[in-house]
Design a protein around this ligand. Structure first.
Ligand SMILES: Cc1cc2nc3c(=O)[nH]c(=O)nc-3n(C[C@H](O)[C@H](O)[C@H](O)COP(=O)(O)OP(=O)(O)OC[C@H]3O[C@@H](n4cnc5c(N)ncnc54)[C@H](O)[C@@H]3O)c2cc1C
Length: 487
């Protein structure tokens, strides 16, 4: 590991899940994981979506004695927690969620409850790379960063720059589970972009470009287009000293949950229509060629809002709810994974992680913690870059990524074997990677997103303070289960 990065910075930079906590007044949060005690008579609950939010809601409601049915359009559970296993020698890569910190009580809690083995998502002794303005450099103690940084910025180091400029605000974030949270100083940041905040703080142009190339630049359409409040909380949540992954793939968590609601899980069940009356909700869905209906006392809807937008709802949701559904967006994400016969980057003491201003944006090695000779390197792009990469053919995309990776990591070309892409914004069941907030959105849309509409309750990362994290999905599933139990 480079001397210029402390262990925490290294792991934070290596944890590529964009995520943040929303800083909103009166935000409903799950009081705890599980522990529901049946209130009144058991209810008949239909859960739309079998990602982590839907699975957690189903599991907790079932344990409390309610009758649940999960309708999931895919063949498999887990939604955006999916592990790609098409690589050789048993190697795998995450299509979505990569790692989680111990402070994420819901993720860590379920992982522990189900006895899933985890390991640190890091490998020490290897350097990361940066490529900014055509300058490629290792990020370590001996690097003289070839950019026009101020002396204080040089001292902060490449990966220390976001903290250097956001620290005073990050300190205000505190514990988002406290009732008094968030402080007004943080709420005020919702009206400006991250770039504006950095400029106000006196950041040099070069420092702004470095931060734009870092994982913060993966959120939405870049640092000039996301809420500064969103960015500050994203940094705050990345302050854990360690991040973990589930051994053999994070989809083990989805399967562990699904095993506990096996009989209640209807796969390839595509929800088409919701009709609500004073007495219940009728859900229309297709399974195979058949159109079917289910009547429910309560519905928990975990469908990402860009997907929900196309579902027929009668009577229409309230105007405010519909505004949240229409305006809340998910970041376009394209990941391109290339398998290589060997790992020349590790031979060169590089971990594969790179921050760049190139078309491929961030790079990382999904196989870093997996044993083997072969290895996988990936490009991880968000926003406009993700859209541009996804507009290319698979072959053209892999060629471009191979060429760019080859410029960063020597010795790759002769080792390339095959590749695959994961394009979240083109997945009709997700329509994006993870929620982000534009300036002015965080304080208004999140409370609306989670507000129930009659007998329909809402969960999913987009409704949680921990949006963009598995923890957000699981927390929101627990919160919706609690709402249903108490209703
Ligand atoms: C690229 C990427 C990187 C990430 N990195 C991290 C990370 O490092 N760490 C971390 O903790 N989190 C990370 N996350 C976030 C995490 O994966 C999500 O927050 C979480 O998985 C969302 O779960 P969910 O249940 O809210 O939504 P989903 O998983 O999207 O579940 C919704 C479900 O609804 C189903 N569905 C959609 N339409 C219909 C329909 N009409 N009928 C029936 N079912 C339907 C979908 O198939 C899906 O299964 C990442 C996500 C992405 C995409």
């Amino acid at each position: 590991m480079s001397n210029s990065l402390n262990r925490r910075q290294f792991i934070r930079e290596f944890t590529l899940g964009a995520a943040s906590l929303a800083l909103l007044p009166n935000l409903a949060r799950a009081k705890q994981r599980g522990g529901l005690v049946l209130q009144g008579t058991p209810k008949n609950v239909v859960i739309l979506g079998g990602g982590l939010a839907g699975l957690a809601a189903a599991y907790e409601l079932k344990k409390a004695g309610h009758k649940v049915t999960i309708l999931e359009a895919r063949k498999t559970p887990g939604g955006r927690v999916r592990t790609l296993r098409e690589f050789d020698d048993g190697l795998y890569a995450e299509a979505g969620a990569i790692a989680f910190p111990q402070s994420h009580e819901f993720t860590a809690g379920y992982v522990q409850e189900f006895g899933l083995p985890t390991r640190l998502y890091a490998k020490f002794g290897l350097d990361s790379l940066a490529s900014i303005r055509g300058q490629v450099f290792r990020v370590n103690a001996n690097t003289t960063v070839p950019l026009d940084l101020k002396p204080s910025e040089r001292q902060a180091g490449v990966f220390g720059l976001p903290t250097f400029y956001l620290d005073s605000f990050i300190r205000d974030v505190g514990n988002p589970r406290r009732a008094s949270w968030p402080p007004n100083s943080l709420r005020a940041l919702d009206s400006i972009s991250l770039q504006q905040l950095l400029q106000q703080q006196g950041a040099s142009q070069a420092a702004i470009e470095v931060i734009a190339a870092s994982q913060l630049g993966l959120l939405g359409y870049g640092i000039d287009a996301i809420s500064a409040m969103d960015a500050v909380v994203t940094e705050a949540i990345a302050r854990d000293s360690a991040f973990y992954e589930i051994v053999n793939g994070n989809d083990e968590l989805a399967y562990a949950l699904k095993r506990r609601v096996k009989k209640q899980f209807r796969k390839q069940a595509v929800v088409l229509r919701l009709e609500q009356t004073a007495n219940g909700v009728t859900v229309t869905y297709t399974q195979g060629d058949e159109v079917q209906t289910l009547n429910a006392d309560r519905v928990v809807c975990t469908l990402p809002f860009p997907v929900l937008k196309d579902i027929a709802v009668f009577p229409a949701f309230s105007a405010e709810k519909q505004r949240a559904i229409n305006e809340l967006k998910l970041t376009p994400i394209t990941r391109t994974y290339l398998q290589f016969r060997s790992r020349p980057w590790e031979d060169a003491s590089l971990n594969g992680y790179g921050i760049t201003d190139l078309d491929i944006q961030n790079t990382y090695s999904p196989t870093l913690t997996q044993a083997g000779t072969r290895g996988v390197l990936a490009s991880y792009a968000g926003g406009q870059r993700a859209l541009a990469l996804s507009a290319m053919s698979e072959t053209a995309r892999q060629n471009l990524v191979l060429q760019s990776l080859g410029d960063l990591f020597s010795g790759l070309n002769r080792q390339y074997e095959k590749g695959v892409s994961q394009i979240w914004h083109l997945d009709p069941l997700a329509k994006g990677g993870f929620t982000y907030f534009e300036p002015g959105q965080m304080a208004t849309l999140l409370p609306l997103a989670q507000r129930p509409e009659g007998r329909i309750h809402f969960a999913g990362e987009h409704t949680s303070a921990w949006h963009g994290w598995m923890n957000g999905a699981l927390e929101s599933g627990n919160r919706a289960a609690e709402e249903v139990n108490l209703a």
